[in-house]
Structures are given as C-alpha cells and as structure tokens.
Design a protein. Structure first.
Length: 239
C-alpha cells in the first residue's frame, strides 16, 4: 500500500496538474516558517529543510534564465549532464556560513524540446532567524525575478528526535493550529503518512478523496529514533 502511495505522489510531483499555482507574494509568510514554528512550539527543533520553486517555460527562455542566474552567482559554474531523456544544466552554490545551499537546475527534454523545466531549490540545516530572513528576502526576490505567477512552490521541514515521542499528539496540535482536514492516511508499524487539506495555503494537489496541500510523515528507526517530516503540498524529500 505504501508503495502505491509513493508512486502516486511521485507522478503527481512530476506533473503540472496542481489545482492552483498562486505564487507567494513578496511580503507573505512562507509556509515553511509556519511549519517550523509549529514544530518548535512543541519543543521539536528542525534539523533540515528545503524550499523548491518549479515551473515549465518555453524553450526560448533557456538563455535568458541562464543569464539571470549567472548574474546573481557570477562565481558559480554550470555543470552539464545528459541521459537518454534529457539534458540538465545545474549550479550548486553552498553558503557554509549560513548553513544554506542554493541549487538551480534546468532540464531540457530530448523528445519535447519546445519546453524546459526550471527548478530553484534552497536547503538548510537547522532553522532560525537567519534562515527565515533569507527565505523572506533573497528567496522571494529570486523567485519573482526568474519565475512567473504560475510557479509551484514546495516546502518541507524534517526533525529527528532521540527518544519516544507521541507523534499522534504532534499531528493533533498541527491539525488544530492549521485547521487541517485529513484526506488520506497510511499507518504501519514503523511508518505513518497523513495527507490533509488546510485553508491556510492555496496551492493544492488533487486526490480521489479531495484536494490536499499538507503531508505529515513519521518514520521510526533503530535506537528509539523518530523522524518527523512535514511538507506542503507534499513531502518532496521522501521521494
């Protein structure tokens, strides 16, 4: 059953059939900040996070977007790779002092060369004022400079807890804070995944049982370690 869900979500993520792409406006709070605050309010510190902006463009925009990225990161170099399906141009720019890594990826399909897919990803280790400031300023500036209002944004936060934790209570608190309606649930011995809908965020993905825009997952490992991951509209790092 879990394998079927993973396949379903992977297909959804690769498609562009999001019900709404309403972009995050420059002064709005990103969902990641809300997720991190909810975890921290329960005494859970964020160990890792990522925000991804993703959009398809006409092939003619390739050189323009490359130039925009190069102007922002003149010291970084494009890496080009190729496989049977596509050509990929990527830049990875780590900022060790801030604990942040920026990644730009442009994918050019070989069979459908009339469009390209552009992905801008920021990952971080730990959450604090510096991370929140960067996302509220630099990320949104880059998003508005490169992407259109049709951009899809995925946010994800992860925490590892050493010891026993009541994951049901963690979700209940999140559910209450964001007014989440549970859409689908998988509950196994060492893994739990809950997909839900909150009116707090506009971007959604359609499921047979209804639109979803928040996903909560718990994985229990060896040594009483528990990993909690929360994402919107899906948990990208799980797939």
């Amino acid at each position: 059953m879990r394998s079927l869900l993973i396949i379903l979500v992977a297909v959804l993520m690769l498609s562009t059939d999001l019900e709404t792409f309403a972009g995050v406006k420059n002064k709005e709070e990103l969902p990641l900040g809300v997720i991190a605050a909810q975890l921290q309010s329960q005494g859970i510190e964020v160990d890792g996070w990522e925000v991804i902006a993703k959009e398809s463009f006409s092939r003619q925009h390739l050189d323009r977007i490359k130039s925009l990225v190069e102007a922002e990161l003149p010291q970084a170099q494009w890496q080009q790779t190729s496989d049977r399906n596509s050509e990929k141009y990527s830049i990875v720019y780590p900022q060790k002092a801030a604990g942040i890594t920026e990644t730009f990826i442009m994918v050019v399909p070989k069979k459908h060369r009339h469009y390209i897919e552009v992905i801008y990803k920021i990952t971080g280790t730990g959450w604090g004022e510096a991370s929140e400031h960067y996302l509220s300023n630099d990320f949104l500036v880059e998003k508005d400079r490169i992407f259109s209002e049709n951009v899809a944004i995925f946010s994800c936060a992860e925490a590892e807890i050493n010891g026993i934790i009541d994951d049901v209570l963690v979700y209940k608190n999140l559910e209450q804070a964001l007014d989440i309606k549970t859409i689908e649930m998988i509950d196994e011995t060492d893994f739990k995944s809950i997909s839900g809908y909150t009116p707090e965020w506009e971007q959604t993905i359609p499921l047979p049982a209804g639109a979803m825009n928040v996903q909560f997952a718990v994985r229990k490992g060896l040594g009483a370690k528990t990993n909690i991951t929360i994402g919107t509209p899906i948990i990208t790092s799980e797939y």
